[in-house]
Design a protein around this ligand. Structure first.
Ligand code: WQD
Length: 334
């Protein structure tokens, strides 16, 4: 298996996956409609890898176009990352999320099966767990998403599960991302959110860059420092897990469907992330303590043992690596 289609391959996570695929000897083909990513990402990838990057500016929901790409590029496997992922937007526009993330994935799955592509890696999310009763989350945790974004990812996991029963020869892996942070150590690719950043670390970067305080959503939680705990996983570790998933499926004789939580297994609080950012980068992070954000779980983080055992993968980068690379990537762009 060598030719791998990466939908959303020009985006933050997708571009890091493309780098790791090339390093592992695969031939990635990017499919991206650049709705939430920049075309300049392709140039950055070519500069970083020294290789020509094949890409198609298209929407994965376009059945005919997808069918042609799978045939022309002789695609053996698909890593499906393209999706909308802004939690707040999903609450305001749920049908936009179900149309793109769920119906779109349905089209992609049908097209892939028709084209005889037997290896699928799906970008799922810890958001499927919602507000889990226990902070440490295994793949067996009940899924009760708190928002349409989380539901859209859970519905895709269910489609993979049920497709497996009808097509037992298919090999499918769902990777449930915890909180993805950081940038490639070359500082040549990284997170460049179109519009306002949605997640904590890029919000911290913007606060320091613009010297405008951001709001810490509550410091009165029942945690060691009063702020929420999350499992922040470095994007390069996350990208390597996608390669590990492909390599596992390559070795398998029969079809499969497996789900893996991708996290470090170590919780970090909001204030701890701020302090690490200040210490590593020698800057002051401007922030104010504000009210809690509705729907925020107090604490959840991954139990990564299944991925460690079955994928031979483990997160290696530290929080310090994440805050350093995020800031250096920002400086490299200014
Ligand atoms: C992290 C922590 C906030 C912003 C989301 C979604 C989903 C998933 C991961 C893809 C929380 C606090 C944040 C701010 C703050 N991604 N915070 N001030 O909500 O854990 O998860 O991202 O699948 O998109 O589930 O991430 O970065 O929004 O928040 O205090 O301005 O930072 O309260 O504790 P979240 P987040």
């Amino acid at each position: 298996m060598k030719n791998i289609l990466v939908t959303g391959g020009a985006g933050y996570i997708g571009s890091h996956v493309v780098v790791e695929l090339i390093e592992a000897g695969y031939h990635p083909v990017i499919l991206d409609n650049f709705s939430t990513s920049e075309k300049s990402s392709i140039d950055r990838l070519e500069h970083l890898t020294g290789q020509h990057i094949v890409y198609y500016e298209a929407d994965y929901r376009d059945h005919k176009m997808l069918q042609q790409i799978l045939r022309i590029e002789r695609i053996d496997g698909i890593i499906h990352i393209a999706a909308y992922k802004a939690v707040g937007e999903s609450v305001a526009e749920p049908l936009k999320y179900y149309q793109n993330n769920v119906a779109g994935f349905m089209t992609l799955l049908e097209t892939a099966i028709d084209a005889g592509v037997h290896n699928i890696v799906f970008s799922s999310s810890a958001a499927v767990y919602g507000n889990p009763p226990t902070a440490q989350v295994t793949e067996d945790e009940a899924c009760n998403p708190e928002n349409p974004y989380g539901w859209s990812k859970f519905m895709c996991d269910v489609m993979l599960r049920d497709t497996h029963k009808a097509n037992p020869h298919l090999k499918k892996t769902s990777l449930r991302y915890f909180n993805v942070v950081g940038s490639h150590g070359s500082y040549k690719i990284g997170e460049s959110p179109k519009g306002a950043p949605q997640n904590l670390l890029p919000i911290i970067v913007r606060a320091v860059k613009e010297n405008k305080p951001f709001q810490v959503f509550g410091d009165d939680y029942d945690t060691h420092d009063g702020t929420c705990l999350r499992d922040y996983i470095h994007v390069v570790d996350l990208a390597k897990a996608h390669v590990a998933a492909l390599q596992k499926m390559e070795k398998q004789e029969n079809g499969s469907f497996e789900i893996y939580n991708l996290g470090t297994g170590t919780p970090t609080s909001v204030l701890e992330l701020i302090k690490a950012f200040e210490k590593v980068n020698g800057v002051k992070v401007p922030y104010e303590i504000g009210p809690r954000r509705a729907g925020d779980p107090v604490s959840y983080f991954a139990v990564p043992e299944k991925a460690i055992r079955e994928l031979g993968w483990q997160a290696k980068h530290t929080i310090e690596d994440a805050v350093r690379s995020s800031w250096q990537w920002q400086l490299a762009q200014s």
